[in-house]
Design a binder for this molecule. Structure first.
Ligand SMILES: *Cc1c(COP(=O)(O)O)cnc(C)c1O
Length: 361
């Protein structure tokens, strides 16, 4: 039986990518120097970063009027950079509070001196469903609407088909489902994703920003590291970028393309998730709190309804080689992350294990 990593992040990477990294490092051992030591100004790295951008543009069909930027600081820094750069007219950011990360984004806007306004929330119902925009929502009252396409902790997703409809600017945190399912980039004014869920190792965050929108902004008292324009002007190399993370990200993008691109990832991910949800739904031992089309295909959240039993079963799972199945510490239960690199065999092994656990407990 294999060993599988169901961690929500840093998450599983394709075996082919790990092998390629090992081989690259081994090949460089006796030559000049390795990727871990090269200058970010070297031609080798320039090719790497240009290639990563080109691959991402191709995979997501990102038009030329959007900038593709590589930034450090994770999704959490984006929660602060976005309001600093874009909440300049009304000073208000509308947030659909669909989960813990959305909630953090609203608080981060306040922390940088703007106003994060929760316009709808399912927090009181433990985020079991996706909140919808209120009928009287006025996009002109806000500089933009912030959504989390995939709620990593709660296991719910605004898919392309159920994105909230706003006449204003839409900004999406795609940290945990970028490239897992297709989105129409032109529906968004900005998109960001920390790499460590579905794009590569930790250390780099991708930001996709509409250039016109950025050009309109009059920003005061914001330092260069916190301005998107700096990253645009300096090709994401105003300061030293995370060289290794960008190299590994590029390898993951190559892998996604080799597998058939985002559409094929979506087909595979739907199959994996459907198999697991089908098992959980017919079982009278496990329950899935999120229903219907709101369900995530990258983070499958479930529980037995008994916190102690959930804990015991995830510990047993760990012993059986099924790692990091415990839900986020804030919610408990189970969470099986089925990112692009997760093979179907992981789902099959997990279902066998869950069947056994249901019998034994
Ligand atoms: C993990 C995650 C974040 C936070 O990312 P960091 O890189 O740890 O700052 C933000 N949003 C979502 C949806 C996430 O899954």
């Amino acid at each position: 039986m294999g060993t599988y990593n169901f961690s929500a992040g840093p998450g599983v990477l394709p075996n082919e990518v790990i092998t390629k990294i090992k081989n690259d490092l081994a090949a460089e051992e006796n030559s000049n120097y390795s990727i871990l030591e090269i200058s970010h100004r070297s031609p080798r790295f320039e090719n790497i970063i240009k290639h990563a951008e080109a691959q991402l543009r191709d995979l997501m069909a990102i038009p030329d009027d959007y900038a593709v930027l590589f930034i450090q600081g994770g999704g959490s820094l984006q929660f602060e950079m976005l309001p600093l750069n874009f909440a300049n007219q009304t000073g208000q950011v509308a947030v659909l509070d669909s989960g813990n990360f959305a909630n953090k984004a609203a608080k981060a806007a306040n922390a940088v001196g703007k106003k994060g306004v929760i316009v709808a929330s399912s927090r009181e119902e433990k985020y079991r469903y996706l909140p919808e925009l209120p009928h009287d929502f006025q996009s002109s009252d806000y500089d933009y609407l912030h959504i989390t396409t995939n709620n990593t902790i709660e296991g719910s997703t605004y898919h392309q088909s159920n994105l909230p409809k706003t006449n204003g600017h839409l900004v999406a945190d795609m940290s945990s489902n970028i490239l897992a399912e297709p989105y129409d980039v032109t529906k968004f004014s900005a998109i960001f994703a920390g790499a460590q869920k579905n794009l590569g190792p930790a250390g780099v965050t991708v930001a996709i920003v509409k250039k016109d929108w950025l050009a309109e902004q009059k920003i005061e008292n914001v330092g260069p590291m916190m301005r998107y324009q700096t990253y645009v002007d300096k090709d994401s190399m105003y300061n030293t970028p995370p060289v290794f993370s960008i190299y590994a990200l590029g390898l993951v993008l190559d892998w996604v393309k080799d597998q058939g691109g985002v559409d094929q990832m979506y087909v595979n991910n739907q199959k994996k998730a459907a198999k697991l949800y089908d098992y959980l739904d017919q079982s009278d031992f496990y329950q899935v709190p999120v229903q219907g089309t709101d369900r995530s295909i990258t983070n499958v959240v479930f529980t037995t309804g008994d916190a102690d039993l959930d804990k015991k079963i995830s510990q047993d799972a760990d012993v059986a080689g099924l790692h990091h199945l415990a839900g986020h510490r804030s919610v408990g239960g189970f969470r099986a992350s089925l990112y692009n690199a997760q093979p179907m065999a992981a789902v099959d092994t997990l279902i066998d294990f869950l069947k056994k656990a249901a019998k034994e407990n």
